[in-house]
Design a protein around this ligand. Structure first.
Ligand SMILES: *[C@@H]1O[C@H](CO)[C@@H](O)[C@H](O)[C@H]1NC(C)=O
Ligand SMILES: *[C@@H]1O[C@H](CO)[C@@H](O)[C@H](O)[C@H]1NC(C)=O
Ligand SMILES: *[C@@H]1O[C@H](CO)[C@@H](O)[C@H](O)[C@H]1NC(C)=O
Ligand SMILES: *[C@@H]1O[C@H](CO)[C@@H](O)[C@H](O)[C@H]1NC(C)=O
Length: 450
């Protein structure tokens, strides 16, 4: 059976060639030439796509029953993490309840290099197209990529992306990143080229959330690659300053930029507040989003995991529940590393930082002696299992030396869980940047370090 079908196929192929049916066509070359010619795409900025909770939808009237952003312009600012001459944009509709009809998009530089503002430098506006067209309808579940743009960027620079949806998205299930810590602006009508958003009511025309945009890729030289960080609110920036880009990955990027040995590393923040490794809740579980949030991104050179506190903190406080969680969590860590190693990408881990409060304080619901035991067990496993290619001991950096179950008060934002900006700066300052050189050649299941 198989053999005879093969013969028929071969005979058919032969006829086709002989019949002179295939002619080569002149391919229309793109107007934009890649610079550098031997480059590749890498994230200059990335965020974790989530199904937007009702409270994180845009304010009314940009949110209606059954539709969002009807006849609306959305202007958002993003922090770049690498230098490049060319960029492209990705829009995610992975959690959308309907198609996402994008009508027009532009990029520009904001006025005065400032994050979270709606004013742009009008002369820098550039139209964004999708396979040559201004508009694109992104089906639910899909990711759309723009054409490359000649739009030079520098690491630590802010750029502005403005999107117009003529009909809006006709659902209240949309894709966003609520924890932007950056103000976005909205107005009715098409204002993608406007120097500023026509603001009459800042309370309904702005929100500290990002919508639809999931990454900005940069065309970079071969040696440039990204560090993608999978995490929770501590990486997403709770405790950092809105519009100041002082989350710990931002501060680490600033440090990496200062040295020729690390300034070719871009950073993608794939973290979300409340996120867990083993179960959905605030955002999809981390075990389940590795494909989309790490492996589907181009040019990833390093991955890092700093997560688990919300798994421990929401699990029952009985010894048996905590012991079961320990087993599942360490197994999931191992699975995630194995999945990422298959792509030759080294995986670093951070130890889980303290979340206990003093006995007379009740504001920290995670605080519990049994959960602290799990945190200590998981951290010992992270340090000693050999599963990770390198371990960065955030716990040791931020714990109170006298009360190791608690954050050092100097670095506590006030809730006994999230570090303050001072704590985030400490992570950046003390980060063992030598691990990037150590693992520059990649890692796999059979790597044992150097
Ligand atoms: C947006 O609209 C939906 C559906 O009517 C509603 O459930 C949600 O609370 C609204 N959210 C905001 C922020 O207005
Ligand atoms: C420019 O930005 C800086 C820092 O964000 C700010 O301090 C300054 O006031 C801004 N200047 C103008 C003219 O907006
Ligand atoms: C879209 O909004 C603009 C600005 O408010 C308005 O002038 C225009 O008529 C609206 N278009 C539609 C189709 O509603
Ligand atoms: C808890 O106890 C400590 C030490 O006695 C004290 O300094 C602190 O003010 C107390 N905090 C509260 C919220 O009662």
């Amino acid at each position: 059976m198989f053999f005879s079908r093969l013969v028929v196929l071969l005979a058919g192929a032969g006829l086709f060639v002989q019949g002179d049916a295939i002619e080569s066509k002149n391919v229309v070359k793109r107007a934009i030439r890649p610079n550098p010619s031997n480059g590749h795409w890498v994230d200059a900025w990335a965020t974790m796509p989530q199904l937007t909770e009702p409270a994180n939808l845009p304010p009314a009237p940009f949110n209606q029953s059954g539709a969002v952003f009807v006849n609306s312009t959305i202007r958002q600012t993003l922090y770049m993490t690498t230098d490049a001459r060319q960029i492209r944009l990705k829009f995610s509709n992975v959690f959308g309840g309907s198609n996402l009809p994008i009508t027009a998009v532009t990029v520009a530089l904001p006025l005065n290099q400032t994050a979270g503002i709606h004013e742009i430098q009008a002369k820098t506006v550039l139209k964004v197209t999708f396979s040559g067209k201004d508009a694109i309808s992104v089906p639910n579940g899909a990711l759309a990529v723009s054409d490359p743009l000649n739009f030079p960027i520098k690491a630590q620079q802010i750029i502005t992306v403005t999107v117009y949806l003529a009909t809006g998205q006709t659902t209240n299930s949309i894709t966003s990143h609520p924890g932007s810590r950056t103000t976005s602006w909205f107005q009715f009508g098409n204002a993608v080229n406007a120097a500023s958003i026509a603001v009459t009511d800042a309370t309904t025309q702005s929100a500290a959330h990002w919508y639809f945009l999931s990454s900005i890729e940069a065309w970079v030289p071969p040696r440039t690659g990204s560090l993608l960080i999978v995490g929770d609110s501590i990486t997403d920036g709770r405790g950092s300053t809105t519009n100041a880009n002082n989350r710990w990955p931002d501060l680490l990027l600033a440090r990496l930029q200062q040295s020729g040995s690390t300034n070719s590393i871009s950073v993608g923040n794939l973290a979300a507040g409340g996120n867990r490794i083993l179960a959905d809740g605030l955002g999809p579980n981390a075990f389940g989003r590795i494909d989309r949030d790490v492996l589907a991104h181009p040019g990833v050179k390093y991955a890092m995991l700093f997560e688990g506190v919300n798994d421990i903190g929401t699990a029952d406080t009985t010894p048996s529940a905590q012991s079961a969680l320990y087993a599942s969590l360490t197994q999931a860590f191992t699975q995630i590393v194995t999945l990422i190693h298959a792509h030759g990408i080294p995986v670093f881990a951070a130890t889980i930082t303290p979340f206990s409060a003093p006995a007379n304080v009740t504001i920290q619901p995670y605080s519990n002696a049994e959960r602290e035991k799990t945190r200590q067990r998981v951290n010992t496993w992270i340090r000693e299992s050999g599963v990770f290619d390198s371990v960065v001991d955030f716990d040791k950096l931020l714990a109170d030396p006298n009360i190791p179950s608690q954050l050092n008060p100097i670095y506590d934002s006030g809730d006994y869980l999230h570090p303050s900006v001072k704590g985030y700066q400490l992570i950046a300052d003390k980060f063992p940047v030598g691990i990037f050189g150590e693992w520059a050649d990649g890692a796999d299941e059979f790597s044992w370090g150097q």
